[in-house]
Design a protein around this ligand. Sequence first.
Ligand code: ARG
Length: 461
Amino acid sequence: MAKSEKAWGGVFTEATDTRMERFSESISFDKRMYAQDIAGSIAHARMLSDVGILTKDEFAQIEAELLAIKDRIARGEFEFSYSLEDIHMHVEKALVEKLGDVGRKLHTARSRNDQVSTDFRLWIRDAIDELTRLLRNLQRAFVGRCDGDFDVVVPAYTHTQRAQPVLAPHIWLAYVEKLERDLERLADCRKRANTLSLGAAACAGTSLPIDRNKTAEYLGFERIAANSVDVSSDRDFATEFAFDMAEIAIHLSGWAEDWIWQSTVEFDFITLPQSFCTGSSIMPQKVNPDALELIRGKSARVVGNLQTLLMLTKGIPLAYDRDLQEDKEPIFDSFDAISASLDIAASIVSGATLKRESISARLDRGYLDATSLMEYLIRRGAPQRAAHGVVGRLVRKGIESGKALAEMSLDELRTESDKIESDVYDYLGASNAVNAMKSYGSTAPDQVRFQIDAWKKRLGL
Ligand code: ARG
């Protein structure tokens, strides 16, 4: 493209090398923000007409034409070119082509520096709203399982060793709590993203009589950036969003890992919906948990994208620097990975079935009720350390004789402590151990019921 056609070509005497055009373009990815770019431009133009920089008629022409451009892009009828660099230039050029000098007035009191920041903030705001919807949807899928699985007792693990028995819905709600923190983090990030950059112009503001309150109002921004130099360089909101998505990825990855091994023949706890599994081309029996593996695998790129944002913004001098153009692809990539993962996760959660018989058949293995017996002794006055020793020795005897604690006779149990009475059998066995629980937030059935009801209410179920 000839230098005279560049929006910034005035001072140049040489044309841009085509390799430079290719190297520096962002249109291939920032066209994804076209709706936000146009919304930002309409709000800016409306404000310019409020303060008399544009006439009402000029604003009306600009608005109508910007909406028409938006339609053309949405319909795939808009032509993009590397030589125009980014979405801002494309929209403006198309506007000028139609409106001439009226179109040339749009960029008054504005720079692409505050424009790109505005577009990105608007895009991230929308992305947060979409992830909020998807996270809620996944929470609903977990909570939706709770009533049906209420009677299922499963082992909880620490160090991947059988630890204590819990109700299956207690596990489902553990994931719901994690997702709730993800939602809180996103809501918090949204507050900072929801700040108006426009009006900062290139970096120092403008001598023209703009009204930033109006622009903020038109775009629904809750605050106005108070320092033009700061906001030109600020990408904290993007880094923060990258972290929030990385944390979601980590939560999803942990859940995927749990369900991958619980669906193996070795565990035989859960059947995954076949619609989210794939087979093997050589082993006809295989039904592989590929969706869960990909959810687990995608956490790698999402965490990598956070690293990219941190490294990108490290050592960026005030104010705008072109490095910052590298901020979008990692965010788009994380968003695509996370939104698809959340959507698929919800279907897997609703579509899976617990293998109740297989779970309960081995529930008396691994001494899940050992802590229940220890607390029985404590209630009868034994010091915790002593009670721990008693139960440890009984478990050792059980392992040697191949018996669960509940299978031992009262005499056998009393060899280690005369505090043990016949009512001990009300506390042995996985279900009894669960029923004996009392504390707030525990797996006690009334506690779990209370939490399920609270979540149902919160999620409108
Ligand atoms: N394409 C640029 C970006 O994404 C837009 C801002 C360019 N500003 C500039 N002064 N070159 O960051």
